[in-house]
Design a protein around this ligand. Sequence first.
Ligand code: FES
Length: 128
Amino acid sequence: MTMTDTDATTTIEDLTDWYDAGPADEIDVDAAVVLPLRPPVAVYHLDDGFYASDDTCTHSEYSLGEGWIEDGTVECELHAAKFDIRTGEALTLPATDAVVTYPVAVVDGNVYVDLRGRTGCIVDQLRG
Ligand code: FES
């Protein structure tokens, strides 16, 4: 599930354990930022909201956040596989496996990503 907006009752306290991805207005529409995690996470800004997924292409390790974003898809720069940003689904070869997506919330102009279910993610060490 990817949540691109929160209702009016969502507060910052509701997102205590979510990863702070920074100000929403610093990510242009049809652009992405790559969060400095291990493994990295890409946060995308589409015309209907924000989405997040693993940044590493499932075909062979390459950054999807560095790829070409258009019509809700991202095209890997290395071998041109396309993924649906909203669902993570691999749309074209050579990738066949989806990328894992994560819930996203925007509260008070800031983007938060729910990585609590992610296994093997090194977050706390990088956040200090
Ligand atoms: S590494 Fe992404 S398509 Fe090959």
